[in-house]
Write a protein that binds this ligand. Structure first.
Ligand SMILES: NC(=O)c1ccc[n+]([C@@H]2O[C@H](COP(=O)([O-])OP(=O)(O)OC[C@H]3O[C@@H](n4cnc5c(N)ncnc54)[C@H](OP(=O)(O)O)[C@@H]3O)[C@@H](O)[C@H]2O)c1
Length: 231
């Protein structure tokens, strides 16, 4: 059955591959990120898949309105994948409050803004999947220099757990995937030379399946999706 899914951060990396996989499987995808050219490349690559491209900066409420209009046009959503994110790697003592705010604005508040704007369009049986990181997962191996990123991703975890309870009566499931290293441009920029064991295609395939089926098994779960961590 065709589902309507919105994927943020779909211009590259994990979000791109997740959107591509969903479209190739016959689902209707709203793909968003700031880079229109890359979203159009995704649309082209999907060939017969239905991908609606909406360029948007999740830190701007006017851009969120554009996404709401697109969802209204589809008459609702079955799934929302809050995947867009940014990283900042710097020693804590040199990291400015403005760096923390910047990461919160994308990773946490972008997710908050979108869920608040789109909740009225998420029907019974729909699924919200928030993408966090092992950097924000309790007990995982931590990397020095990721204080702002780890804090923002831990906040996404807390948000997900609370919303899963608040949305029970609406029959909207909320889960969070705390993912480990995936070989994307983000990872290469933050950790040059690091060789991740998972490709964006593999993770995109996993997330595409999880948004469609994960809520049959889980609600309010923070699931580590990482090979060796915590060991
Ligand atoms: N790769 C890893 O090893 C890893 C590990 C753990 C968790 N994660 C998480 O997985 C998610 C995807 O990561 P990735 O590695 O695929 O990263 P990526 O390649 O850097 O992609 C990030 C995406 O977010 C979008 N984005 C960034 N700022 C935005 C903004 N203000 N408004 C709208 N879109 C914005 C980017 O598009 P534009 O620049 O076009 O806007 C891009 O499509 C992130 O949440 C990341 O934190 C990744």
């Amino acid at each position: 059955m065709n589902k309507k899914i919105l994927v943020t951060g779909a211009s590259r990396g994990i979000g791109y591959q997740t959107a591509l996989k969903l479209a190739q499987e016959g689902h209707t995808v709203i793909a968003t990120a700031r880079s229109k050219d890359k979203l159009l490349k995704l649309q082209k690559e999907s060939q017969n898949g239905e991908i609606i491209v909406i360029p948007a900066d999740l830190t701007l409420s006017s851009d969120i309105d554009e996404l709401v209009r697109a969802v209204e046009g589809l008459q609702g959503l079955d799934g929302l994948i809050n995947n867009a994110g940014a990283v900042h790697r710097q020693e804590f003592m040199a990291t400015e409050i403005s760096d923390f705010k910047k990461l919160m604005d994308v990773n946490l508040y972008g997710t908050v803004r979108l869920i608040q704007a789109l909740k009225p369009y998420l029907g019974k049986g729909s699924h919200i999947v928030n993408i966090s990181s092992m950097s924000g997962f309790q007990g995982s191996l931590k990397f020095p220099g990721l204080s702002a990123y780890g804090a923002a991703k831990a906040a996404v975890i807390g948000l997900s757990e609370v919303l899963s309870k608040e949305f029970v009566e609406d029959e909207i499931s909320v889960n969070c995937l705390a993912i480990g290293a995936v070989q994307t441009e983000m990872l290469a920029e933050a950790f040059p030379g690091f060789d991740a064991p998972v490709s964006p295609e593999q993770m995109g395939t996993y997330i595409a399946d999880f948004i469609l089926n994960g809520h049959q098994f889980y609600n309010g779960k923070i699931l580590p999706v990482a090979l060796n961590d915590p060991s």
